[in-house]
Ligand binder design. Structure first.
Ligand code: AOF
Ligand code: ZN
Length: 363
């Protein structure tokens, strides 16, 4: 078996921590001796033992001389748990194979260096692209301390998110909408503008059995959200954070009584300052945000430079209509050269629809 085969196994294990470990990483580890797996483990829950220690504890024979495959560079610091490098050195592991480097400033290459200094052979970058992809949220959050923001929208093949008369239910089919439900449980928060609340009165929860609903964050500079809106009526069951400008703060009492949190922030050109909002969400340990529109907020988010990834669901339908909206509003760019640039899309077919995913290339 190759290094890639065992790393793939470690990746599959890592994925099992999805939704339980944030804002920490999903990590999987496998211990291999004489081409046999003798132990494996993964990071099961936030604050719990790391994958490496789980895998070593799981070994059914001595790991002395064995190889440890781990999707993320082992840590070398005292956090909520002791350093994994200590456990690896004590175990007598002879070789460590690593997927992603850990950009955590407390680790950042030191984990690998310590192992090498103690004569443990280290092979880096095995299936790194897949390991980085699995932890794209962690890798962003640990460095910037602001959430990884995914701009998500569903549109027709002629680029419309609603008909000219304003109808949008439903553009995509069952499979695509199921994927959105899964993502709501994967990301820590969902963000929408007050325009979307007024137009669609969405619930923004995860309705899958056993799914976890994200914290709902509504950008509402002037506190125009109706007290009868679904996000307000359900605020005692699912956390709702209304973000307003400093002048609207005086009108927050009825929202507080309904169970909402109200966060006043400085305004910027009549809107909530989105960069300040991301800093504040980061401080609250919110590592990821699914941005669910509408068009005006999407444009502000792009302009503020807070978007890391775009998820476009494409439905094989045409709405037409000069007045029918596209996913990103605002003034737009003037020249083609000024376009926001994205990486080549990854394409996933979902029923009759397609999901296109691209990373925003920082300008
Ligand atoms: C994890 N799980 O399997 C690995 C991690 O506060 P602590 O002690 O849980 O440490 C968290 C840091 O440890 C995390 O930011 C990352 O740099 C490193 N590795 N973390 O939660 C794991 N291997
Ligand atoms: Zn560790």
């Amino acid at each position: 078996m190759t290094d890639e085969t065992y790393m793939r196994l470690a990746l599959e294990l890592a994925q099992k921590g999805c939704g339980r470990v944030s804002p920490n990483p999903m990590v999987g580890a496998v211990v291999v001796k004489d081409d046999r797996v003798i132990g494996s483990g993964y990071h099961r829950q936030f604050g719990g033992p790391h994958a490496e220690r789980q895998a070593l504890a799981d070994c059914r024979e001595s790991p002395r001389g064995a190889t440890l495959y781990v999707t993320l560079e082992p840590c070398c610091h005292w956090g909520k748990t002791p350093p994994c490098t200590d456990a690896i050195l004590e175990s007598g592991i002879a070789r460590v194979v690593v997927g992603s480097g850990d950009p955590n400033p407390l680790v950042a290459g030191r984990g690998i260096r310590i192992l090498r200094e103690h004569s443990v052979a280290v092979t880096e970058h095995v299936l790194q692209a897949a390991c980085d992809r699995l932890n794209e949220v962690f890798l962003h959050y640990i460095q910037s301390r602001t959430p990884f923001v995914v701009m998500k929208y569903a549109m027709t093949l002629d680029g419309k998110i609603a008909t000219a008369a304003g109808f949008s239910k439903w553009i995509t089919g069952r499979e695509a909408r199921l994927r959105v439900q899964q993502d709501r449980s994967r990301y820590t928060a969902v963000l929408a503008g007050v325009g979307t609340v007024l137009a669609d009165d969405p619930l923004l929860t995860c309705r899958l059995p056993g799914g976890r609903s994200p914290i709902r964050v509504i950008c509402d500079t002037h506190l125009r959200t109706p007290l009868t809106a679904q996000v307000v009526r359900t605020a005692k069951e699912v956390r709702t954070l209304l973000v307003c400008g400093s002048t609207a703060e005086a009108h927050r009492q009825p929202y507080l009584e309904a169970g909402c949190e109200v966060l006043p922030l400085p305004e910027q050109a009549g809107h909530v300052n989105l960069c300040a909002l991301m800093q504040e969400l980061g401080r609250r340990q919110i590592d990821s945000v699914l941005l669910e529109g509408g068009a005006a907020l999407n444009w502000s988010a792009l302009q503020s430079g807070i978007v890391q990834k775009v998820q476009a669901y494409l439905a094989p339908k045409l709405f037409g209509g000069a007045a029918a909206k596209g996913p990103v509003g605002g003034s737009g760019v003037s020249t083609v050269q000024d376009a926001y640039r994205l990486t080549v899309s990854e394409v996933t077919p979902l029923g009759d629809d397609l999901l296109l995913e691209s990373r925003v290339i920082p300008c």
